[in-house]
Design a protein around this ligand. Structure first.
Ligand code: SF4
Length: 104
């Protein structure tokens, strides 16, 4: 089998090089995937609408995520992304009925 002289003097076969390359690629792709998952793990917001008192606090704090629906109760219109996670969390913390739930 064809032998390559590596620059630091070790001898590798083409198969060795290929396996090392594939193993490194696999490890790096796993690390990148894990970082991506961690970074993109968005929160999930729900409202127990039966307890909503229509105070409008959540919609004022985070209108990108909450609105008052036609029935007069708050609803989630979009799950928060990185840009509005903070205001969604603040709305959950300040909801007087504590009916907004946030899951990570
Ligand atoms: S802050 Fe709470 S009680 Fe007030 S509108 Fe929003 S969900 Fe309803």
């Amino acid at each position: 089998m064809f032998i390559l002289n590596h620059f630091w003097g070790c001898a590798y076969t083409i198969a060795d090089c290929f396996h090392r390359f594939m193993f490194s690629t696999l490890i790096i792709s796993r690390i990148m995937l894990n970082l991506k998952r961690k970074g993109m793990r968005d929160m999930k917001v729900t409202i127990d609408r039966s307890g909503c008192i229509s105070c409008d606090i959540c919609t004022m704090l985070c209108p990108q995520v909450f609105r008052i629906a036609d029935d007069g109760l708050a609803e989630v219109i979009a799950q928060p992304d990185k840009n509005n996670e903070a205001c969604a969390a603040q709305a959950a913390a300040e909801c007087p009925s504590a009916v907004i739930t946030i899951e990570d």
